[in-house]
Write a protein that binds this ligand. Sequence first.
Ligand code: FAD
Length: 231
Amino acid sequence: MNEMKVTLTNIVENPVLAIESAASNCYNSTPSVDGKIMKQCFKSGHQSVLEFADFTFHIEGVSRSLLAQLTRHRIASYAVRSQRYCSEDGFKYVTPPSIEHNKKARNTYNQMMEMIQTAYTELQAIGIPNEDARFVLPNSCETILEVKMNGRALMTFFNERLCSRAQWEIRHLAEQMLECIKNHDTQCAKFAELCGPKCQKYGKDVAFCPEEHSCGRAPRLRDIIDTYNKQ
Ligand SMILES: Cc1cc2nc3c(=O)[nH]c(=O)nc-3n(C[C@H](O)[C@H](O)[C@H](O)COP(=O)(O)OP(=O)(O)OC[C@H]3O[C@@H](n4cnc5c(N)ncnc54)[C@H](O)[C@@H]3O)c2cc1C
């Protein structure tokens, strides 16, 4: 198994400038030096201007199971390792922590992966094309991909996938993607300040959790409404 590896491979030179230049058409304004206009647009709900910044990530060491979840985010562009053109002979696979930390489960899991690897190679050896041999491959099979999202779609992605209710692998990916943006430069860090789980969707000062089973990070919307109705 490889470690998950996420790199920010391409970005508009200055995402805040791209967003604020777009906004300047609306407000006859000049882009700010500190991301003030971007933040105002975000808070007021004028979020279409966030679509003028693009972020491209290269991702390795993730499962095809993660891929299925990631590609549900439709406002994005994807380029994924092909299981038709590339051989998955000796494929690497992701092991969930619950299995990794349980010796019995880990043995069962690893044995099954070996059996699948053998079956895949045997099918190839008797002339079955990759596109058909891949039908035996597991969800855990590792893949490599490139994904591009605009700033608005990326925020929606972070809202859903940084939530503690999100599945561990895609949550880990979202955390790494956000780290890449935070660490890229000071302008990207300003954009990253607006990104977070859905309890922070409307900004950190109006945080609430829409989930029934909340992690407790923010007050539950249901509790806020109940309290209001009792007053
Ligand atoms: C915790 C969790 C559990 C999930 N469980 C399941 C599950 O059990 N089964 C399952 O199938 N999926 C599941 N999903 C996936 C989920 O239903 C969404 O497909 C996924 O989160 C992508 O969200 P999105 O559609 O908002 O994103 P995008 O496709 O990137 O869309 C972004 C936004 O654009 C707008 N938009 C995009 N396309 C349209 C459209 N056609 N019409 C109108 N507006 C549009 C919407 O406002 C949308 O929010 C789960 C997601 C999470 C986070």
